[in-house]
Design a protein around this ligand. Sequence first.
Ligand code: ADP
Ligand code: MG
Length: 333
Amino acid sequence: MTPPQPPAPQPTPQPAAPLSPGPQPAAPLSAGPQPAAPLSAGPLLVLDAVSKRFTTGRTAHTAVDGVTLAVPRARVLGLVGESGSGKSTLARLALGLIAPDNGTVRFEGHDPHRLRGRAARPVRARLQFVPQNPGGSLNPALRAGSAVALALAALGVPRAARAERTAALFQRVALDPALARRYPRELSGGQLQRVAIARALATGPDLIVLDEPTSALDRTAQSRVLDLLAQLRQDDGVAYLLISHDLAAVRHLADQVSVLRHGQVVEQGPTDRLWQDPRHPYTRALLDATTTATTTARVPARVLRPSATAPPATAATAPPPTGPTAPGPTAHH
Ligand code: ADP
Ligand code: MG
């Protein structure tokens, strides 16, 4: 074991989502006991000029190319773009599953790629993932309830309390707790996705990264899962990075939207503005395609999305930072 390290530096409160949070020392989470939560007044998640290349054979491909975005606390950032635009790669970067080649990723001031080991668990628990294919993310040999109970066990919830907490989480996602005894193959796609959401909620997350959470579901299950996500968000104040090529889903939930094309953000702004006044031709094309494809689909009512009394700040709309916390220029500007 490496010796205990001093606490991670408290990020200075910032007036709004900064384009670049400035140089920050890497959070030393992998090394020794840490305070539970260096809460920051800035956004929960900040990606600053992040790039990721993949090399297959002799060809290098830039999947994510200088992306800057921020997810404020209790807000929903939608990330849209066609297949291959780099959305899942961004999700993996945000979750720390892969490291960027350039740029920085910070979740509550920590580099998520370095959130490893027991000491990092309290922070790790606050950053959760709901994948596209819930069947694939659940162990087929484990009952649905055990998948949730294991997440509770990892948090240190005593065995005696796990069954009750699991049942409560099933109820939270509108699943009959009796389904906890079923194996994944005995559940529908919509039910599986609810189990995945229950498992994500088990750790009390501040942010859930959802990568195409409804695209494997039929339309009825899609609506129900979207309504559930809206409800959870309203009740718990959990933030989402909602990745989808389904713009109706994003419109239903997101406060802000970033449009990704060929690994680059071509436009970002408040959801309503983007729909009413798309400025980039690519955004317009995406919206046109969706309008055509979903004219017969039920577009869910947006009543559950809290109205933007205090519009969330994102990189695109943030006023320029002032004072000593103003970030310095970054290489990509
Ligand atoms: P999206 O989720 O928007 O469909 P992805 O992030 O999955 O896009 O992929 C973006 C690009 O990066 C694609 O061209 C894809 O083929 C490539 N890519 C993604 N992951 C890898 C990998 N592990 N190795 C090589 N190429 C990858
Ligand atoms: Mg994808």
